[in-house]
Design a binder for this molecule. Structure first.
Ligand code: SAM
Length: 397
């Protein structure tokens, strides 16, 4: 079905009315009004799981039936896997969630994620990022990290192990995650002003919790610590300059991400997107920026420091300056489907094959064939654009 909003950009929602559109989405359900302190509140959709111990599922890198490195049909090397371990979230960010729905998809057992991730690693994946939903809501997330930290790449190196979180539960989990072998963490924050932040997350007290989480992560050595901020015109774009100062004061890398049409509701228009060019110009007027060279070809962020060399800003511009040509990513959803692009129209049921009893070689062959089908690029802003059936929170951002 064609996305009429994108086909007719800006027709219904003008930037000035965005705040009102978002404010009207403030629909609390009692079930989700407060984040769970135990981290396990929410819909439990556990699939039947194997009873073996975690270590029984550890997969060693073995000779795969393919030439390495893993490539798609466009010649891109795929070395980066993002794994959603739940699509539950304890925040209802207004640009992401409608506020009406909770989890929509089942979760695999932790052992099953370990087995599937091990297969990807045996095929050449070197970087694994855990995400969600909110990954810290999974009770066994520390045990999962510990098991993943024992995997070795095909070059017999440890994995580059990262996690993306809203930071709400990070205060107490940062050190255990570091001790378990996590290398880095990215915290999502869409405002540096507490009132704006809480209006966005729709959770009282969230700013103080996340700030404590950021500081705990830095103290634990989960660095370089990145803060991801999605900017929406007329809603939180007044935070840009504040974030530039926050990057310097808190010694974090702030990365602004252009808003993509992946929300549960229908807010996206090209006019709402605050582009890379605009962000650079606005910060530059307050604190002059100096562009930094990319560290690797597949780096998604354009990086800048300030004239005095203190602090770093990154801008991820999938809308105004798409980087699909250098994409090295593939995703595994919380219910075990492979997604070869955020905007894929089809999903590939890896877990279904595992449940049907497929052995490791069969699953590897399936992964290789699926990655070969990775899309050349997304089509945001084009008349032919189709919104994917899952939104960001259910894919794994
Ligand atoms: N709960 C975790 C968190 O908050 O970081 C992980 C999941 S969240 C979906 C991952 C990231 O996706 C967040 O930084 C969020 O701001 C971003 N995000 C959500 N919807 C987006 C959209 N439509 N466009 C761009 N980024 C989006």
């Amino acid at each position: 079905m064609r996305d009429s909003k994108c086909a007719n950009p800006g027709a219904e929602l003008k930037p000035r009315s965005l705040y009102h559109a978002i404010a009207s989405l403030h629909l609390y359900s009692a079930e989700f009004a407060r984040p769970s302190s135990s981290g396990e509140k929410g819909i439990r959709l556990k699939l039947p799981m194997a009873s073996s111990s975690l270590s029984a599922f550890r997969t060693q890198a073995t000779n795969p039936p393919v030439d390495l490195p893993l490539r798609d049909s466009h010649g891109r090397v795929i070395h980066d896997l993002r794994v959603s371990i739940t699509d539950r979230c304890n925040y209802k960010c207004v640009y992401c969630r409608t506020g009406e729905m909770g989890a929509q998809y089942p979760e695999l057992a932790i052992e099953e994620y370990i087995r599937l991730i091990g297969l990807f690693v045996s095929l050449g994946i070197t970087k694994v990022r855990l995400t969600g939903g909110e990954p810290l809501l999974r009770r066994d997330v520390v045990a999962l990290v510990q098991e993943l930290s024992r995997l070795r790449t095909v070059d017999d190196e440890p994995l580059d192990l990262a996690l993306t979180t809203n930071g709400h539960l990070l205060d107490s989990l940062a050190q255990p995650l570091k001790d378990a072998g996590l290398n880095r963490v990215t915290v999502s924050m869409d405002a540096v002003d507490a009132a704006t932040f809480e209006r966005i997350t729709r959770i009282e007290g969230s700013f103080a919790k996340v700030l404590a989480g950021v500081r705990a992560a830095r103290a634990a050595g989960l660095t370089p610590l990145k803060i991801n901020c999605v900017l929406l015109r007329g809603f939180n774009d007044d935070q840009i300059e504040g974030f530039a100062r926050f990057a310097r004061e808190e010694d974090v890398v702030v990365r602004f991400i252009e808003f993509m049409p992946l929300e549960e509701g229908r807010l996206w228009t090209p006019e709402i997107v605050v582009t890379l060019r605009e962000i650079v110009d606005r910060i530059g007027r307050v604190l002059p920026l100096v562009e930094l060279p990319p560290r690797e070809a597949s780096e998604t962020a354009r990086r800048y420091t300030f004239a005095d060399g203190v602090g770093e800003i990154g801008i991820i511009a999938p809308v105004s300056q798409a980087f699909c040509g250098a994409c090295s990513r593939v995703r595994l959803t919380s219910d075990g489907k492979i997604r070869t692009c955020l905007f894929s129209q089809v999903e590939h049921d890896l877990y279904g094959r595992l449940r049907a009893g497929a052995g490791d070689e069969e699953l590897r062959t399936y992964i290789v064939r699926t990655i070969h089908m990775k899309e050349a690029r997304h089509h945001i802003g084009e008349p032919s654009f189709l919104k994917p059936s899952r939104s960001m929170v259910h894919i794994g951002g």
